[in-house]
Design a protein. Structure first.
Ligand SMILES: Nc1ncnc2c1ncn2[C@@H]1O[C@H](COP(=O)(O)OP(=O)(O)OP(=O)(O)O)[C@@H](O)[C@H]1O
Ligand SMILES: [Mg+2]
Lengths: 251, 645
C-alpha cells in the first residue's frame, strides 16, 4: 500500500513502528516524519530504544510491525529495497567501526568502488576531498589504528559521505570520545547540517541539540514521548518524563 | 522522583506480544528450509547429497556385515592396485581359507597363486609395481563352505581358475605379507618381485621399467628348514649355519632375510641373493622374523655418499629416467614465475625468491650427479631472467594468471598427454602413470595440492557453518565433525576403498585419491581455524559494511574475511606445516613419498642399513621447508600487523 505512495510528506516516514527482541517490546508504535534537510536529535535514557530505532531506518534491525518509508522506498524484506536504501543512508557508529585492515583512504573508497562502481581514481579524488572536508587529508595513508578517536570518527563520517547519501544517521557519535575530541567531531557535524543534509542524531550533547537541531525527539521505554523544537524542549517540555530526564542530565 | 517515573511508565506500558510466526515444526521448516525458492533448492540438493553419501556408506557397511551378502563381498580392484580387505568377514566369521587367483599380463607367464590367508587384510599394492594384473578373483571358505567372491566394482563374476598348489610356488615381492602353502607348511614371505619356483630355481622375469639399484623391499623367507638347507646348498652365496639356527630358534622352521639387488632391467635372485644372518655377517645381525636390526656401530656415520648416489631416486622416485626433463621444466616454470613475482613485488616475495635463488646457486656448485649442475644453474638463470622481466615490465596480471595456470600445466607436464602424439616412436609428452611419481616430487605435489585446495574449501566450509540456511550449516557441521573425528590414515584407506564405491567404473589413480583424502582432511581443520577467526571479528564490522551499502558477500569477502584470516595466520600455517609432514602417511597406501623412498634406499643391498644418513637427510629437508613456511608466516604477520586495531 505504501509502496506506490510518493512521499511528499517527508524523506523519512515512520508509521506505528513496532519491534520486539524476543518477547521484549523495544519499539512501541513509533511514528515520526522527517523532512528533507531537517536535523533531528533523538535523546532519552539508556535502553530506551534510540539506537534500535535509528538502526531500523537502514535495516540493521528489522521491524516487525508498521511502515518505514525512506525516500519513497518502503523497507520490506525485498533485498533490492534494502540495498537501495542503504546506499542512500549513511551511518556513523559510536564505536566508529572503521575497517582496521584498510588505510583511511581505502576505508573511504571501498563502498564507492564496489557499490557505486566508481573508478578507483575517481573514488580516490572524492575521498581526498572528503578527508579535506573533515579536516584530516594528511592521514589518508595511515591505518585506523594509528589515529586518535576523534580522527577515526571523522574518517567514519567521510566514509559515510563518500556514498553521497541523502540521509545521515549518527548513533552517539561522540560518546566514545575523550572530551577534547568531542568538539572536532561536532564541528564536522555542524558543518554538515549547514549544507542541508538530513540528519538523525542520537546524542547526549545537549549543546549541539540546542544549537543545530530543528526538532528534538525524546524516547522512553520504547515510546516516542515528546517531539518538540529545541527551544520548547529545553524551556517548556510537555511531558513529565521529559522534565525528569532533563533534570537528570542538565546540571 | 525516580519512584514516580517507574510508576508512570508501568501504567503507560501497553504490554503487547510480538506477532507470532507460524509455529510448530511445519512453521520452522517453512521459515528455515523453504522460505525462498533457492533455499528450497538448496534443501533438496543437501538432502540428495546426504542420501547419496549415507546410502553409499551404509550399503558398504551393511553389505560387509550381512552374512547373506558375503558371497558377493567385494574384494577385488582391477588393474593395478590391489587392496583386498576382508576385515569384516574375518572378524565376524571364521575364515578357513581364502584363495586368490591372480592373472597378470606383462610377464612371460600368468601367475597363479594360492594364498592361505590368516590375516584380516591383504595388501597387494606392490604387485602393480612390476606386474599389471588383468584380473583377480578369489574364493573364500567360511565355516567349511566355499564362496565365490565377486568383483563388485565390475559387477561381474570373474572366472575362477582353481590353482594347483603342488604345481608351482612363486615368491612374490613387494611390501606384501602373504602366506602360502609349500608341502602343507605355511610359508610367509614378503619382499620384492622375485620368483622362486618350487625347485628353488630362480625364474628371471620382466621387471618392467625399473631403475638401477632400486630395491623394493626385503624378501623374508619362512621356509622349511630342509628346503632352505637345499637352497643353501644349491646356491653358493648363501651362508647359513643350520645348526646354529636350529639351536637358536628351537624350530624346524628357519627365518632368514634375503636382500637382493636388481641391476639393470632384470633381476636375478641367483646372482644377487644374500642371506644374511647374524652369526656370519660382519655387518648385520638377525633379529626377529622379517625385522632386521643393523649393527650400526660397525657401520659408522660416514656413508654420506648414499645421498648423492641416490639423489634422483630421493627427488623423483621412479619417475621415468628418460622423462626427467619434464620435472625440470616444471621447476623452470616455477622459477620463472618466482623470478617475475620477485621483480614485481618487493618485500617478502623478493626475499623468498632471493633465498631460493641463492640456495639454487649453492646447489649448482655442490658435487651432485654430473649433468644436474647445468640444470640447476639454468634454474638460477631463469629465475634471474624472470626477475629482470618482472622488474622492468611489471606484468602483474600475467604473472597472477601464470601462477593460477602453473598447477594444471605442471600436472599435464608430469602425467603426460598421449603416447601417440605426435608419433608413437617419439611422443612429446608420453603418459607417466602417477604411481611412478615419488620422492620429494610426490611429497611436494601432495602438500601443494592439499594446501592450495584445502584453503578455499576450508573457507567455504567455515562460511557454510555460519550460514543462515540450516541445510548448508548442518552439512558443513557434519562434514567438519566427521572428518575431524577420523585419523588421516583412515581417510587415506577409505579413499582407496570407498571412492570406487561412490564412483563405480571410474579408475581413480592412487595419487589423486591421496590428494583428495589429504585435501578433505585438511579442509575440515582449515574450516575450524577460519571459523575461529570469523568469531573474533566484532559484528560492528558487518554492520559498517552494510551501512555503506555493501552486500552481505561483499562485507564478508572485503571486510570480515581478510581480518579473520589475518587473525588466524599462525594457526593456518601451523596446519599447513602439519599437512606437509603428514604427507608421509601416504606410504601406508603404497605411495613412495620422500621418506618412503629413503627407507627403500636403506633397504638396498648397496646401502643397506644406512639409516642414520638417510634419516638425517630427510629430517633436514623437512626441517628446511617447514622452517621456511613458519618464517614466511611470521614475516607476513609482521607486515600485516601495521593496521592492527
Ligand atoms: N540484539 C538485541 N537483543 C536483545 N535485546 C536487545 C538487543 N539490542 C538491544 N536490546 C535491548 O533493547 C533495548 C534498547 O536498546 P538500544 O540499544 O536501542 O537502547 P539505547 O536507547 O540506544 O540505549 P543507550 O543510550 O544505552 O545506547 C535495551 O534494553 C537493550 O537491552
Ligand atoms: Mg544506543
Amino acid at each position: 500500500m505504501a509502496k506506490a505512495e510518493k512521499s511528499d510528506e517527508g524523506i523519512i516516514v515512520c508509521r506505528e513502528v513496532n519491534k520486539w527482541f524476543g518477547d521484549f517490546h523495544v519499539l512501541r508504535g513509533i511514528s515520526v516524519t522527517v523532512q528533507k534537510g531537517e536535523v533531528i536529535v533523538i535523546c532519552g535514557p539508556s535502553g530506551s530504544g534510540k539506537s534500535t530505532f535509528i538502526r531500523t531506518i537502514n535495516r540493521l534491525e528489522e521491524h516487525q510491525k508498521g511502515d518505514i518509508i525512506v525516500d519513497g522506498i518502503e523497507l520490506s524484506n525485498d533485498l533490492r529495497n534494502i540495498d537501495a536504501i542503504r546506499s542512500e543512508v549513511g551511518m556513523v557508529f559510536q564505536q566508529f567501526n572503521l575497517f582496521p585492515h584498510l588505510t583511511v583512504k581505502d576505508n573511504v573508497t571501498l563502498a564507492p568502488i564496489w557499490v557505486r562502481k566508481q573508478r578507483k581514481s575517481e573514488a580516490e579524488a572524492l575521498a581526498m576531498q572528503l578527508l579535506e572536508r573533515v579536516g584530516i587529508p594528511e592521514q589518508a595513508e595511515k591505518y585506523p589504528g594509528q589515529l586518535s578517536g576523534g580522527q577515526q570518527q571523522r574518517v567514519a563520517i567521510a566514509r559515510a559521505l563518500a556514498m553521497q547519501p541523502k540521509i545521515m544517521l549518527f548513533d552517539e557519535p561522540t560518546s566514545a570520545l575523550d572530551p577534547e575530541m568531542i568538539k572536532e567531531v561536532l564541528d564536522v557535524m555542524k558543518e554538515l547540517a549547514e549544507t542541508g543534509m538530513t540528519m538523525l542524531v542520537v546524542t547526549h550533547e545537549m549543546g549541539f541539540a540546542r544549537e543545530v537541531a530543528d526538532r528534538i525527539i525524546f524516547f522512553d521505554y520504547g515510546q516516542l514521548v515528546e517531539e518538540n523544537t529545541p527551544e520548547n524542549f529545553f524551556n517548556n517540555p510537555e511531558h513529565d518524563r521529559t522534565k525528569l530526564f532533563l533534570s537528570q542530565i542538565l546540571h | 522522583m525516580a519512584n514516580n517515573l517507574d510508576n508512570r511508565s508501568l501504567e503507560s506500558v501497553n504490554v503487547e506480544k510480538p506477532p507470532v510466526a507460524t509455529g510448530g515444526v511445519l512453521g520452522w521448516l517453512r521459515e528455515n528450509l523453504f522460505n525462498t525458492w533457492y533455499n528450497a533448492l538448496l534443501t533438496f540438493l543437501g538432502l540428495l547429497l546426504i542420501y547419496v553419501s549415507v546410502t553409499g556408506a551404509v550399503g558398504f557397511i551393511i553389505d560387509g556385515l550381512d552374512e547373506e551378502f558375503l558371497p558377493n563381498y567385494q574384494l577385488s580392484i582391477q588393474d593395478q592396485n590391489l587392496v583386498l580387505d576382508f576385515g569384516d568377514i574375518q572378524s565376524r566369521f571364521k575364515v578357513d581359507e581364502v584363495i586368490f587367483t591372480i592373472e597378470h599380463s606383462g610377464a612371460s607367464s600368468p601367475i597363479v597363486t594360492t594364498l592361505n590367508n590368516s590375516e584380516s587384510s591383504v595388501v597387494l599394492g606392490a604387485f602393480s609395481e612390476q606386474i599389471k594384473i588383468s584380473s583377480i578373483s578369489a574364493q573364500i571358505k567360511l565355516n567349511g563352505n566355499q564362496y565365490q567372491l565377486v568383483d563388485r566394482v565390475a559387477k561381474q563374476k570373474i572366472d575362477i581358475q582353481v590353482s594347483k598348489p603342488e604345481l608351482e610356488v612363486y615368491i612374490l615381492g613387494g611390501n606384501i605379507g602373504v602366506e602360502y602353502t609349500v608341502d602343507g607348511e605355511a610359508t610367509a614371505l614378503r619382499g620384492p618381485s622375485t620368483l622362486l619356483n618350487r625347485d628353488h630355481q630362480v625364474e628371471d622375469f620382466e621387471l618392467g621399467n625399473m631403475d638401477e639399484n632400486i630395491v623394493l623391499g626385503n624378501v623374508v623367507l619362512n621356509y622349511e628348514l630342509e628346503t632352505l638347507y637345499q637352497l643353501v646348498e644349491s646356491e653358493g652365496q648363501l651362508y647359513l649355519s643350520v645348526e646354529d639356527f636350529q639351536r637358536r630358534f628351537n624350530s624346524t622352521k628357519i627365518f632368514a632375510r634375503v636382500d637382493y639387488l636388481l641391476d639393470g632391467q632384470t633381476g636375478s635372485i641367483r646372482e644377487n641373493i644374500k642371506i644374511i644372518e647374524g652369526f656370519s655377517s660382519p655387518r648385520l645381525q638377525l633379529g626377529t622374523v622379517g625385522n632386521l636390526s643393523v649393527d650400526h656401530m660397525s657401520l659408522g656415520f660416514n656413508h654420506w655418499e648414499v645421498i648423492p648416489n641416490n639423489l634422483t631416486l630421493l627427488m623423483v622416485g621412479r619417475f621415468p629416467r628418460d622423462q626427467l626433463e619434464r620435472v625440470w621444466f616444471s621447476m623452470y616454470l616455477v622459477a620463472l614465475l618466482l623470478g617475475l613475482s620477485a621483480g614485481i613485488w618487493p618485500g617478502l616475495v623478493r626475499l623468498l625468491a632471493g633465498v631460493s635463488g641463492a640456495a639454487t646457486v649453492i646447489l649448482a656448485f655442490l658435487p651432485f650427479a654430473p649433468g644436474v649442475q647445468f640444470w640447476i644453474a639454468g634454474l638460477a638463470l631463469v629465475g634471474l631472467g624472470g626477475f629482470a622481466l618482472g622488474y622492468f615490465f611489471q606484468l602483474r596480471r600475467l604473472v597472477i594468471w601464470g601462477w593460477v595456470l602453473s598447477f594444471p600445466i605442471i600436472m599435464v607436464l608430469l602425467s603426460g598427454v598421449s603416447n601417440e602424439w605426435p608419433n608413437a616412436e617419439d611422443p612429446v609428452l608420453s603418459l607417466v602413470n602417477t604411481r611412478e611419481w615419488g620422492g620429494l616430487l610426490l611429497t611436494f605435489l601432495l602438500a601443494i595440492v592439499g594446501i592450495v585446495l584445502s584453503f578455499p574449501i576450508g573457507i567455504l566450509l567455515a562460511l557454510g557453518r555460519r550460514s543462515k540456511y540450516p541445510v548448508i550449516s548442518v552439512f558443513c557441521v557434519l562434514y567438519i565433525e566427521i572428518i575431524r573425528g577420523v585419523p588421516l590414515i583412515t581417510i587415506l584407506f577409505m579413499s582407496r576403498i570407498l571412492m570406487p564405491l561412490f564412483f563405480p567404473g571410474f579408475q581413480i589413480e592412487e595419487v589423486i585419491r591421496a590428494m583428495v583424502g589429504i585435501t578433505m582432511f585438511s579442509a575440515a581443520y582449515m574450516a575450524e581455524n577460519v571459523r575461529g577467526g570469523l568469531q573474533s571479528i566484532p559484528s560492528g564490522q558487518f554492520e559498517a559494511g552494510y551501512a555503506v551499502g555493501l552486500k552481505g558477500w561483499q562485507s564478508m569477502f572485503l571486510i570480515v574475511l581478510p581480518q579473520a584470516l589475518r587473525a588466524v595466520i599462525p594457526a593456518i600455517v601451523g596446519q599447513f606445516i602439519a599437512l606437509f609432514k603428514d604427507t608421509t602417511l601416504v606410504s601406508i597406501i603404497g605411495l613412495l613419498d620422500f621418506l618412503r623412498i629413503a627407507e627403500s634406499v636403506a633397504n638396498n643391498s648397496n646401502w643397506l642399513g644406512l639409516w642414520y644418513e638417510l634419516l638425517a637427510f630427510t629430517a633436514l629437508v623437512y626441517w628446511v621447508f617447514t622452517f621456511g613456511m613458519s618464517y614466511v608466516s611470521r614475516r607476513i604477520e609482521t607486515s600485516l600487523g601495521v593496521g592492527t586495531r
